[in-house]
Design a protein around this ligand. Structure first.
Ligand SMILES: C[S@@+](CC[C@H](N)C(=O)[O-])C[C@H]1O[C@@H](n2cnc3c(N)ncnc32)[C@H](O)[C@@H]1O
Length: 241
């Protein structure tokens, strides 16, 4: 029996009009659609894909065993999260082995901090795979905020706010342009790193870019908390003509 293909589909930053034509075609034809989610909620990628999924499609929920209860520094985190991804991969492998194509959704661009990569790594040698690029959150955010990012020879650095403060300040001081992602509870640390690197006055904050309730303002005006869907843009200005 022919095996199925795993389609990993990037669904963009939130606005359901910001999926590629190819992503929409694959979603409309899908019989099995998998997505990562919290145990008590529908996943965000699944919500974005909603308008394109036909009734009767099988939904496979891949519910994380924890969200913030266990620290990533805790050895138990690595053990449990790897076990979780192993189990998810085997769940999708069962359908693929039976000849069923499976679509795995991913917010933004799948290969940019996307959980889908962990299933791709586990399944790529065993099954045919197809990866449909998505518009990354940063693309959606800088377009919506109308912040041109890289000019001429500018170097762009993408930084997770989960890095130690000194590392954040170092990279912000070295690069021309920067995007700081995964801000959430790291707002005070990001502020200090922007201050230390002298980049605070140029930094823009974008919350829920392209989604309902989206919001942007100079970072300097922000408080100490931010939701999960937020990032910071620091534009480069090296080759402005
Ligand atoms: C695990 S990463 C996933 C990134 C995604 N694969 C991409 O291509 O952008 C999650 C982080 O992306 C950022 N993010 C995702 N969607 C966003 C949005 N609509 N507005 C602002 N930030 C967003 C936030 O910084 C969030 O913490």
């Amino acid at each position: 029996m022919a095996q199925g293909t795993l389609h990993i589909v990037g669904v963009g930053p939130g606005d359901p009009e910001l999926l590629t034509v190819r992503a929409v075609k694959i979603l409309q034809a899908a019989k099995v659609v998998a997505h990562f989610c919290r145990h008590d909620k529908k996943g965000h990628a699944r919500t974005i894909a909603d308008p394109y999924i036909t009734p009767g499609t099988q939904d496979v929920r891949l519910a994380y065993p924890f969200t913030i209860e266990v620290s990533v520094e805790d050895p138990a985190y690595q053990r449990d999260i790897q076990g979780f991804y192993d189990a998810c991969a085997e769940q999708l492998a069962e359908s693929l082995a039976q000849g069923q194509d499976v679509v795995l959704l991913c917010e933004g661009e799948p290969f940019l901090y996307g959980s889908a990569m962990y299933l791709f790594d586990r399944l790529k040698g065993r099954f045919d795979t197809d990866v449909v690029p998505g518009i990354a959150a940063m693309n959606g955010c800088w377009s919506q905020a109308q912040v041109p990012m890289t000019h001429g020879d500018d170097v762009l650095c993408v930084l997770p706010a989960t890095l130690p403060e000194a590392e954040l300040a170092h990279w912000l001081g070295q690069t021309d342009a920067a995007v700081v992602m995964k801000i959430g509870r790291n707002m005070p640390k990001v502020r200090r790193a922007l201050e230390q690197s002298g980049r605070l006055p140029d930094a823009h904050y974008v919350e829920r870019g392209t989604q309902a309730g989206s919001f942007t303002q100079p970072f300097e005006k922000c408080g100490d908390t931010a939701p999960y869907f937020s990032l910071v843009l620091v534009p480069g200005r090296k080759g402005v003509r």
